[in-house]
Design a protein around this ligand. Structure first.
Ligand code: 5GP
Ligand code: MN
Length: 333
């Protein structure tokens, strides 16, 4: 889908009427998932709502500095909620176990997201593929509700904007994205600190991981790719599968039009991260692989082993480029 589907009135009246609200986001949550979750949770609590924020496994370590992170539940028990709000999740499988409980136990589901691959699950939709981050839609919702934005809410939402746009550098940043960022800064969100904490600062273990992963890098026909094996994670002293930002490094290579990182999970499956330059689109391939995402950044979890996963995906990326990686675009083209 490329058109927005925005049921503002239904969404505003649903939260107005609701007393108990479950808020969930996507599994393996990133800064937009957690920023949106915390921002909306804190805003609804200010209005006296009973809110349960939850995501499988809880808030990742590197985002626990955010206000309200301690309140996020890694699991939920069976309960009833008037409303469940799913944030930044393109399909029902992405909201994990806590989302499955909510789908069964909430009277109404609101689906707030900015992925063009959104399946439009749920009854009420705030789905806008033009938004640079889910946090941008959360902000628009609070604006419509005419609710004041305290500093804590602003900080959480600006984290979503900063992380999903990699510091306002992605091609989906619009004047509106910058206007929202400006208002969040005016409400007290510390832009510089959020940039440093979420985009610049890395644990030393990421560098150890890169030492192994960079030795696996291949580059041909415009596609650059690398592998993060369980062995490399172990040697870097990391428990959870992460690429330590490797896909960002690979996609910064000037001669490459597409980048892929293959991360081996503990169960042998492989998480594929895909990136491409404007003018290309990796979201359809991700969807065909059983995942989803945006035109320029998408992903999927597929069967291993690693070598088979590479052999299945890389030729398809090269076929998609079809020799078009030579073309140098002029500014604004
Ligand atoms: P990343 O490569 O940073 O993990 O993800 C990039 C984008 O692809 C994000 O927008 C993320 O939501 C989406 N994505 C990554 N993995 C999956 C997946 O397994 N399923 C779906 N539906 N989307 C994914
Ligand atoms: Mn997002």
């Amino acid at each position: 889908m490329s058109d927005a589907r925005l049921d503002w009135e239904a969404a505003c009246s649903a939260v107005d009427r609701a007393r108990s609200i479950l808020i969930v986001t996507h599994i393996s949550p990133d800064g937009d998932a957690i920023g949106s979750l915390l921002g909306l949770t804190l805003a609804l609590r200010e209005r006296g709502k009973q809110v349960t924020p939850a995501v499988d496994g809880g808030v990742p370590e590197h985002l626990r500095f955010l206000p309200g992170a301690d309140a996020v539940q890694p699991k939920v028990s069976q309960s009833r909620w008037d409303v469940m709000i799913a944030l930044d999740a393109s399909d029902e499988a992405r909201i994990g176990d806590v989302g499955a409980v909510g789908l069964a136990q909430a009277s109404l589901v609101i689906n707030l997201d900015h992925h063009p691959t959104n399946t439009l699950f749920g009854a009420v939709h705030l789905v806008d593929p033009q938004a640079a981050a889910a946090a941008e839609i959360v902000y628009a919702w609070l604006e419509r509700l005419d609710w004041a934005i305290p500093q804590t809410v602003a900080t959480a939402l600006l984290t979503g904007l900063v992380t999903d746009t990699i510091g306002f550098r992605t091609s989906n940043v619009t004047p509106r994205t910058l206007a929202v960022a400006q208002r969040l800064m005016e409400a007290g969100a510390p832009l510089h600190e959020l940039m440093v904490r979420t985009l610049v600062s890395k644990p030393y273990s990421a560098i150890e991981l890169w030492k192994h992963a960079l030795a696996t890098v291949q580059f041909s026909d415009g596609v650059i790719s690398g592998v993060v094996s369980q062995e490399a994670l172990k040697q870097a002293g990391l428990k959870d599968a992460t690429d330590g930002g490797l896909v960002g490094l690979l996609s910064s290579v000037a001669e490459a039009c597409m980048a892929a990182v293959f991360k081996e999970l503990a169960d042998g499956r492989v998480e594929v991260s895909l990136r491409c330059k404007p003018g290309f689109d990796v979201s359809q391939l991700a969807l065909e692989l059983g995942g989803g995402g945006h035109a320029q950044a998408a992903g999927a979890t597929i069967d291993g082993p690693l070598a088979d996963a590479q052999a299945r995906v890389i030729p398809r990326l090269i076929a998609h480029l079809n020799g078009r990686c030579q073309h140098v675009r002029t500014v604004g083209e």
